[in-house]
Design a protein around this ligand. Structure first.
Ligand code: SAH
Length: 386
């Protein structure tokens, strides 16, 4: 946290809580993260280092801003104050893509003249709830998602036209209708494409990926390449393996690994992400990959029951890790190698305990700093074999 006597690099870091390490030298941040993960993994292996970024700023390719009103009823946009629902106004953030921040400010400045009311959580009146901007760092494509409380969006075409004239770099605009009462940014059902193709593309490790508003995509593509390259190196592929890519998102890891494998089977819960994955495989002319929409644990149970032979499992679960169903089936399937990619060191340690008790040994573990200036957030890639 920012020192009390010295001015912080970020004026709102204390309120937002998103960059707890912003005032520490980057080298020191890396050391702290390394020591933290190293401590957690001590019972299983020696951590072999951490890879940081050359320029650890403005790396976020996805920026989301909440819209609300200040006490004078003027529209504000920014982030929720840590552990609260109060909006801290933010125009620019050291972690976020600069262009994305500029677009959000422009949108806010246009609201009045278009008579677009921001949504008021207390009364349920108003239209605009959030704006999400996604940037394809390698392609330059930009998607703007306007999250509205209802489908009725008067003068939307004109609004998009003016927004595009101010930011010609925007390649697509999507309206996402979110009438939920929880704090999730995006809705679950309706989406209207207001301009462009409704998705953007980005490039990772030489492959092209389609990203739609709701699919998961790593937020720091430069470090993602570092991470995937390490993960695939750890897998020691010869070209003969059958691979399972579990928690596959839009299919990135499996597709990058497909050149070095016989076949790839991918499983992911989010059906929009799987739709993107299938299109991505076609676009990249990858023929040795199949995708399944399912709970990874249930899918693994089925594979184990069918006595399928899997040589290498890549697993990249959400922060809270994998579940017992998945891990138990992993022990039944007995792949030669497991590559565990984790954004939650605590859950990683918990799952490694299970896998090492079940007969696996940790061979390598390295960290990649995907989220510079944040506290504790770090990716770890671990390889295990029997
Ligand atoms: N490997 C991908 C995505 C990792 S994020 C990448 O590198 O981009 C974790 C993914 O797990 C998300 O796409 C999320 O939708 C998915 N997920 C969460 N719970 C799941 C479950 N129970 N079964 C399968 N997938 C799940």
């Amino acid at each position: 946290m920012a020192g009390k006597t010295q001015k912080s690099k970020c004026p709102v870091s204390n309120k937002c809580g998103g960059c707890g390490y912003i005032d520490l030298p980057y080298e020191e941040q890396l050391k702290k993260k390394e020591a933290y993960v190293s401590g957690l993994l001590k019972p299983f292996c020696k951590l072999e280092g951490i890879t940081g970024m050359k320029n650890p700023y403005n790396y976020r390719n996805k920026v989301s801003a909440a819209f609300g009103l200040d006490r004078y009823k003027n529209p504000i946009s920014g982030i929720y104050e840590e552990k609260s629902h109060r909006i801290v106004p933010v125009d620019s953030c050291l972690l976020e893509d600069k262009k994305a921040d500029e677009i959000i400010c422009t949108i806010r400045s246009l609201l009045k003249s278009f008579k677009i009311k921001v949504y008021d959580e207390n009364t349920g009146y108003g239209l605009l709830r959030h704006v999400l901007v996604r940037v394809g760092k390698a392609t330059g494509e930009i998607m703007v998602v306007l999250v509205t409380a209802s489908p009725v969006f008067p003068s939307k075409q004109n609004f998009c036209k003016v927004l595009r004239s101010k930011h010609p770099e925007i390649t697509t605009i999507v309206q996402d209708i979110n009438s939920r009462t929880d704090s999730m940014v995006l809705g679950t059902s309706k989406e209207n494409v207001l301009y462009g193709k409704g998705y953007i593309e980005d490039k990772l490790c030489g492959k092209t990926f389609r990203i739609s508003a709701r699919s998961f995509y790593q937020i720091n593509p430069a470090q993602t390449e570092v991470l995937y390259t390490k993960a695939i190196e750890f897998a020691g592929l010869s070209g003969k393996e059958t691979i399972l890519d579990a928690y596959s998102g839009i299919g990135t890891i499996g597709m990058v690994a497909s050149d070095k494998a016989k076949t790839v089977v991918s499983v992911e819960l989010n059906k929009d992400a799987v739709k993107d994955a299938i299109i991505n495989a076609k676009k990249n002319e990858i023929k040795n990959i199949r995708f399944f929409t399912a709970d990874a644990g249930e899918f693994m149970e089925q594979l184990a029951a069918d006595k399928e032979k899997i040589d290498v499992v890549f697993m990249d679960p959400p922060r809270n890790g994998s579940d017992e169903k998945f891990l138990k089936s992993l022990l039944t399937l007995k792949p030669d190698r497991i590559v565990y990619i984790s954004c939650g060191p605590e859950s990683l340690a918990r799952d490694l305990k299970f896998l090492t008790k079940g007969g696996y040994k940790v061979r390598h573990a390295e960290c990649v700093d995907m989220f510079p200036h944040t506290e504790k957030h770090v990716e770890t890639v671990v390889s295990l074999s029997r």
